[in-house]
Design a protein around this ligand. Structure first.
Ligand SMILES: [Zn+2]
Length: 391
């Protein structure tokens, strides 16, 4: 991959000509397609962002991630601040150089993972103190500290520091948490400062309560962000409840800015979110499932560990152009999974990420041509068929 033009520090990359911007090219129903422009390149939307938790998309070389068609990936503030630390990454030239990925990077704020991974958390108006899940060391995250870490990493799209309760939670808890997140959104905006070429996204909260979502959206819009995320979903509420919320939540956010649904999802979650007006998503599912022998295909999920594949010389998906499908049989994929060979996770992750990016590309094409509904019907019909019969 080519190197950044110049990057003595993760925080000083700037191209004089390009600023962060978003342009919509077409809409079809509520589904939208467009382009986010950044100094590090364009992000075609709707976009799926593979997750590179610890400065790597597990089992993938960065060149391979790019070859699947990904325009952007996601890094996790919580993991990187603990190991190897944001200060070390900054001293080594920033996250792009550190992990050899010169396209855009979005980092989360650390808030969500502090709540799910760290121990002895203490939440106050100021922020969160917690102990590392790695070595028990004590740390603090606040809106100001999260902005500092994401700047040191050199993240192109920075997320506001927020707090979100797991669902189900009672309304009062959701309301208090949302209002705290809105105060933190203002502090995040103030701490982020003026950084041409970089973007700060606000995060809408409010659980499954339509009026709280509306209040949150209004508050964020008043502060003003380069993009808006829908947070607090995919936390155990189920697809029906999530789609119920997505029937109104994206509409509450500005039309002319990218909308990012955090932590979603399965292929059908992604299609349903795009149908409802979402532009960006991220999820560990394609990479994590690849490491546990699960492949997502046009005909549904294939569990490569099943004995039915042991003698099957056919590819996982004969129409897929990824290396796992072009060059290897189901029998081989089954064998290396059973033998716990590393190439098993490598090939299945590649296939899954390739399939996810194919869904995104074909949705972009369908929206541009005004045939999203027909595309969606075909997508669901293919999945309903199920896997090819065993030999
Ligand atoms: Zn494939």
């Amino acid at each position: 991959m080519t190197r950044p033009l110049s990057s003595a520090s993760g925080s000083d990359y700037e191209h004089p000509m390009t600023r962060f911007s978003f342009s919509l090219n077409a809409t079809d129903g509520k589904a939208r397609t467009g382009v986010i422009s950044t100094p590090r390149g364009e992000i075609r939307t709707p976009a799926f962002m593979p997750v590179g938790t610890a400065a790597t998309v597990k089992a993938m070389m960065p060149e391979s991630v790019a070859a699947t068609g990904a325009d952007i990936l996601l890094g996790n503030t919580y993991h990187l601040m603990l190991r190897p630390t944001a200060e070390r990454i900054d001293a080594l030239g920033g996250l792009h150089r550190f992990m050899n990925w010169d396209k855009p990077i979005l980092t989360d704020s650390g808030g969500f993972q502090v709540m799910s991974l760290a121990s002895l958390r203490k939440l106050t108006e100021d922020g969160v103190t917690f102990k590392s899940h790695i070595d028990g060391s004590k740390h603090m995250l606040s809106p100001e500290r999260s902005m500092e870490i994401q700047r040191l990493l050199g993240s192109d799209i920075v997320m506001c520091f927020d707090e979100c309760p797991a669902l189900p939670a009672d309304r009062r808890r959701i309301e208090e948490s949302m209002r705290l997140s809105m105060r933190w959104a203002q502090r995040s905006r103030d701490a982020f400062g003026d950084r041409p070429g970089y973007a700060l996204f606000g995060i809408q909260q409010g659980g499954l309560e339509e009026d709280l979502r509306a209040e949150s959206a209004a508050e964020l819009t008043k502060i003003g962000f380069e993009g808006y995320a829908i947070g607090g979903l995919a936390v155990g509420e189920g697809q029906e409840a999530m789609f119920g919320c997505l029937d109104y939540a994206p509409d509450q956010l500005p039309q002319d800015k990218p909308r990012y649904l955090m932590g979603v999802g399965k292929p059908d979650d992604i299609v349903g979110a795009v149908k409802r007006g979402v532009d960006m998503m991220d999820c560990v599912l394609p990479s994590r499932s690849g490491r546990t022998g699960q492949a997502f295909t046009r005909h549904g999920v294939v569990n490569i560990k099943n004995a039915r594949h042991a003698d099957d010389p056919r590819p996982l998906d004969e129409d897929c152009t990824c290396p796992a499908c072009r060059n290897y049989s189901r029998a081989y994929l089954h064998h290396v999974y059973r033998a716990q060979e590393m190439i098993s996770g490598m090939l299945l992750t590649w296939h899954n990420l390739h399939y996810y990016q194919e869904i995104m590309a074909s949705m972009r094409g369908a929206i541009a041509e005004g045939r999203f509904d027909a595309w969606e019907a075909e997508f669901h019909a293919g999945r309903a068929e199920g896997d090819i019969p065993p030999l």
